[in-house]
Design a protein around this ligand. Structure first.
Ligand code: GLN
Length: 525
C-alpha cells in the first residue's frame, strides 16, 4: 500500500549497491494512466518532481536522486499511460499489422524492452513497482517482470517484496496475516519473493520472523525487519545491520567490490543527531494539508540544516484565508519563511501580505517560482505604486500585468509537458548576494512554470530598488530577483529544491537556513 516505504527501500538499496561499487539505475513504475505526473494534483499524490530533461515525475524519483546523489532521466520514470501511449503509437505506425494487440505478449514485451534498455551500461537495474500486489493497475507489469525473470539466468534477477506487519493495540502482537496474504497473492501470479522486507513499528520478533519464513516459503535470513527509524537517512544503515546485502548478493551470486562504509553519509547523520540549535521555517502555501506536496523543499531544508548542524523544523502556513493576526503570529513563530511554487489564485493574497511583512521587517524570505512571482506583485503594488498589479494567471484584465505569459506560451493549449520544464542555464550578475551564494556566474537549475516576470516592468522595478541577479542566457527573461539590502530576500523562477541532495545541499537553502539562524539570534538580543 502507499506510504509503506517502498520508495525509501528502493532508494536505500540503490545507495547500498552503489556504495558497494556497482552502477545502479532505478526505474519507478506507476500504474496510473496519466502519461506523466505533471497533470496530477499534489493534494492527492504529493509533489510533482522534475528531472534535468524536463520529465515530470512521481516524488519517489526525488528520493532516488537525493540518496544516489545523481541525476536521472526520463527512462527512470514509467507510467501505465506512457506504456499504452507507446503501444498505440506503434499500432498507428503499422508496427503490428495483421495482429491483435494483447497484454501478453505485446504489452509485456514493451515493458521488458523498456527495462532492458540500459543493460549494457549499468550493473543493476532496480525496478520499483508502485501500488499494491493484487491491483489491476500493476498486474500486467508484474507479469512482465515474471517473464523477464524467467528469461534471465536465475542469479540475474531478485524479487524483493515489501509487506506490512501491523501490531493490534488490544493484543499487542505483531501480526503476520497481511504479509501472508500478500505473498499468497504474489505466488498466485507466479512470483516467489526472494527477500521480504517487513515494515513494522518495532523490530521483528524472532518468532514472527520464523513464522513469516515458514508461511511464505522463504528462509528466515531473507526476512528483513524494516522497522521505523527516527531519521529516514538511517534506513540504509538499518538495512546493512539486517544484512540485506548478504541476502541480495547470495541471490545474485555477486559480492561487494568495496565495503559500503557510507562515511560521508554517516558524518552528516551525526550532525543531524547533535545539532547546535534549531530554527523554525514557515512554508506558506495552499497544499499544506498534505505535507508530501512540498517534500523536496522539506528535504532541501533538512540537507542544508544537516550540513550546518542546525535542526530545521518546517511548519506549514495555510495562506488561503490568512488575516493580519495570523500573519503576526507566524512572523513571531518563524525564523524565516518560504513561499513555494503553486498554480491558481487561491491563497495568493495571503502570500502577498506575508511577503510585505518579511520585506519590511528584514525577515529571511525565499520565494520559489510562484513565490518569486508573488514577491514581484507585492513590490509592484506597494513600492512601485502600480495599483492592482497582478499576474495574468490570476487576473487576466489586470492594469499592470507584472507577471505574464511570453508570446510563445500564448498559443499553447495542450496542458501536458508544455511549460518551461527541466534544466536551464542561469547567468548570475557579479556583485549580487546570489553571486556570493553560488560563487559562480553561470549555474544550471530545474524549472517548472509557464508565467514569467514581464520584461516591460523590469526597469520600473529596478529603479525602485529590486535587483534582478539572474537571467536566461540570452538575457531576455529574469530567473532570479533579490533585495540586496535585506538580510535574505531572494526569489527564483526555478526550483532549487530539486537539485538538493543529502550529501550536497542546495547553496540557496544553505544560506537561507544560515540567515534564519542569524535572525533567530538577533531576535533574542
Ligand atoms: N503558476 C506559476 C507559473 O506557471 C508558477 C508555477 C510554479 O510555481 N511552479 O508560472
Amino acid at each position: 500500500m502507499s506510504g509503506l516505504g517502498k520508495g525509501l527501500l528502493a532508494a536505500s538499496l540503490a545507495k547500498l549497491l552503489s556504495a558497494s561499487g556497482y552502477t545502479v539505475a532505478p526505474i519507478k513504475f506507476d500504474g496510473y494512466l496519466n502519461v506523466d505526473a505533471g497533470t496530477i494534483n499534489p493534494f492527492k499524490h504529493g509533489e510533482v518532481f522534475v528531472l534535468d530533461d524536463g520529465t515530470e515525475t512521481d516524488m519517489d524519483l526525488g528520493t532516488y536522486e537525493r540518496f544516489l546523489n545523481a541525476s536521472l532521466d526520463s527512462w527512470s520514470s514509467l507510467t501505465g499511460g506512457q506504456i499504452f501511449q507507446n503501444m498505440i503509437e506503434k499500432e498507428r505506425q503499422g508496427e503490428f499489422l495483421g495482429q491483435d494487440i494483447q497484454f501478453i505478449p505485446h504489452v509485456t514485451n514493451e515493458i521488458i524492452s523498456w527495462i532492458r534498455q540500459k543493460d549494457d551500461i549499468v550493473d543493476v537495474t532496480l525496478v520499483e513497482v508502485g501500488g499494491t500486489v493484487g491491483d489491476i493497475e500493476n498486474a500486467y507489469f508484474i507479469e512482465a517482470l515474471r517473464q523477464l525473470a524467467l528469461s534471465c539466468d536465475r542469479s540475474d534477477f531478485c524479487w524483493v517484496h515489501v509487506t506490512l506487519i501491523p501490531v493490534l493495540a488490544v493484543v499487542g502482537e505483531q501480526k503476520t496475516k497481511p504479509t501472508q496474504a500478500s505473498v499468497k497473492t504474489l505466488q498466485g501470479m507466479g512470483v516467489q519473493p526472494d527477500i521480504l522486507l517487513c515494515r513494522s513499528e518495532k523490530p521483528l520478533k524472532l518468532d514472527v520472523r520464523q513464522k513469516v519464513a515458514l508461511f511464505c516459503n522463504i528462509s528466515a535470513s531473507d526476512v528483513i525487519s524494516g522497522h521505523d527509524v527516527p531519521i529516514i537517512y538511517e534506513f540504509p544503515f538499518q538495512l546493512l545491520e539486517e544484512e540485506i546485502l548478504t541476502s541480495l548478493f547470495n541471490k545474485l551470486q555477486i559480492g561487494p567490490k568495496k565495503l559500503p562504509t557510507l562515511s560521508t553519509w554517516r558524518n552528516i547523520l551525526e550532525k543531524i543527531k547533535n545539532p547546535i540549535g534549531e530554527v523554525v521555517v514557515g512554508i506558506g502555501g495552499k497544499y499544506t494539508a498534505l505535507g508530501d506536496a512540498y517534500v523536496s523543499i522539506v528535504k532541501a531544508l533538512t540537507h542544508a540544516g544537516a550540513h550546518l548542524g542546525i535542526e530545521v523544523n518546517p511548519i506549514f502556513i495555510e495562506t488561503t484565508n490568512i488575516n493580519e493576526k495570523d500573519i503576526d503570529h507566524q512572523i513571531q513563530s518563524c525564523d524565516g519563511i518560504i513561499i513555494p511554487g503553486g498554480f491558481g489564485y487561491r491563497g495568493i493574497e495571503g502570500k502577498i501580505s506575508l511577503i510585505t511583512r518579511l520585506r519590511e521587517d528584514n525577515i529571511p524570505f525565499l520565494g520559489i517560482c510562484l513565490g518569486l512571482q508573488c514577491a514581484i506583485i507585492e513590490y509592484a503594488r506597494n513600492v512601485c505604486d502600480l495599483e492592482n498589479a497582478n499576474s495574468t494567471e490570476f487576473a487576466p484584465d489586470t492594469p499592470h500585468p507584472v507577471i505574464d505569459l511570453l508570446p510563445s506560451q500564448r498559443t499553447v493549449y495542450r496542458k501536458g509537458g508544455t511549460m518551461r520544464l527541466g534544466l536551464y542555464p542561469v547567468v548570475i550578475s557579479e556583485g549580487t548576494n546570489v553571486h556570493a551564494i553560488y560563487g559562480e556566474i553561470e549555474i544550471k537549475e530545474r524549472f517548472r512554470h509557464r508565467y514569467e516576470i514581464n520584461p516591460d516592468y523590469v526597469s520600473q522595478l529596478v529603479t525602485k530598488g529590486f535587483t534582478f541577479s539572474g537571467m536566461s542566457s540570452d538575457s531576455s527573461v529574469v530567473h532570479i530577483g533579490e533585495l540586496t539590502n535585506h538580510r535574505f530576500f531572494v526569489g527564483t523562477q526555478y526550483h532549487p529544491e530539486f537539485l538538493s541532495r543529502f550529501e550536497q545541499p542546495a547553496p540557496l537553502f544553505k544560506t537561507f537556513v544560515e540567515s534564519c539562524w542569524e535572525h533567530k539570534k538577533d531576535k533574542k538580543k
